[in-house]
Design a protein around this ligand. Structure first.
Ligand code: CO
Length: 212
């Protein structure tokens, strides 16, 4: 088995580099974190949240799971969302999916992989909701491409429907939910333009998605 020593060596170099640039960096972080954004993304190792957007520790609050799914019974994800919105007072929640997502692909193909199949049922629900549009696409690659996008859009709607976000909007808190997708081919993010800042905008985006 490979030794994990290189990870510790690399960690030491990273810490030294950061400290060389800003000797106070870690000292300031110990005091408190005040990120401006919550990132909900895929657990995929090729989509490291902070690196993609060039943010340092302390600048991005992160929750990741397979296929960036937000489920209303997932206490883990909801707790992250509630803490970010109510305690850290973030004003932007970013749902970021990615093209070529293995979880979305497994859902699309109805693969049998084990326990994870149950989790991916949520992505299959998205697929079923949009099956007419997906069926019009010429091949599996284009269906995967579109389902990755649709999955992000549906998660944006799920976040907007949580009691946490609804309550925040009710009390007038500035809070915008964004749907983005990352392309592994060029390392670039794309905004899916389903940003929601209020209950009114939620209804508008919901209609747009349903009618599409
Ligand atoms: Co993925």
């Amino acid at each position: 088995m490979r030794s994990l020593r290189p990870l510790f060596d690399s960690n030491r170099r990273w810490s030294e580099e950061i400290t060389a640039r800003d000797p106070e960096f870690f000292g300031k972080l110990v005091g408190q974190q005040s990120p401006d954004y919550l990132w909900i993304g895929c657990a995929d190792s090729r989509v490291p949240a902070n690196e993609i957007v060039g943010l340092l520790p302390g600048e991005l609050f992160v929750h990741r799971n397979v296929a960036n799914v937000v489920v209303h019974t997932d206490l883990n994800c909801l707790s992250v969302l509630q803490y970010a919105v109510d305690v850290l007072d973030v004003e932007h929640v970013i749902i970021c999916g990615h093209y070529g997502c293995g979880g979305v692909h497994a859902a699309l193909r109805n693969d049998r992989l084990g326990l994870i199949d149950n989790w991916l049922r949520h992505v299959q629900d998205v697929m079923k909701k949009h099956h007419l549009r997906l069926a019009e696409l010429p091949d599996e690659a284009s269906r995967l491409h579109r389902l990755c996008e649709l999955n992000v859009i549906e998660q944006v709607l799920n976040v907007g429907q949580t009691s946490i976000v609804q309550s925040a909007w009710d009390r007038g808190k500035a809070l915008e939910i964004h749907g983005w997708i990352y392309d592994l081919h060029d390392g670039l993010l794309r905004d899916l333009t389903v940003g929601i800042r209020s209950a009114e905008e939620y209804a508008e985006v919901y209609r747009r998605v349903i009618e599409d």
